[in-house]
Structure formats: C-alpha cells, structure tokens
Design a protein around this ligand. Sequence first.
Ligand SMILES: [Zn+2]
Length: 91
Amino acid sequence: MTRVALRTCLGCRQAKAKVSLVRLTRDAGGVVHADARGTAPGRGAYLCADPACLDRVVKGGRFAHAFRKPCSAGAALAEEVRELWQQRKSK
Ligand SMILES: [Zn+2]
C-alpha cells in the first residue's frame, strides 16, 4: 500500500491528498498568502480546489485558528489561489 500524505482542507475540513491541495502560509506581518511552491517555512494551512472552500476561508476568518496567531488574508489571496489552480490545470 502506498502511503499518501493527507492534509485537511481549511474550508471543508476533509482530509485530502496533500498534492491536490494548495498550501497557504502566513508571513512575518501576519498576512496569509498562497504558497506556490509549497516550501515556505513555518506553519502551513491547506485548501482544496473547491471555490466554495476558498470563499469560506477568506470570508470566515479561519486563519487565526489554523495558524494559532493573529493573521489576515492578503488582499490578493483569492486571486493567488485561483492562479495556482489555473497553472496546475494547464500542466
Ligand atoms: Zn475544501
């Protein structure tokens, strides 16, 4: 059996394969960004491809809980995540 790394989507709370999720990170100023390469240091949160999840997370203020520190979504976060999905689809 192959072990697949699972991560929980912040939006729908479902555990999914890590490779199918977008990683989010919080920078030093407390602003959350999409982590395009999935390698930024520090604690990460994960989000699946469902636009509803993105919406829920951006509007619901779930980051502070996920990162255990005060933080807020970057102004361009939704756009960053959508761009990442587009890039993956086109590969
Ligand atoms: Zn989800």
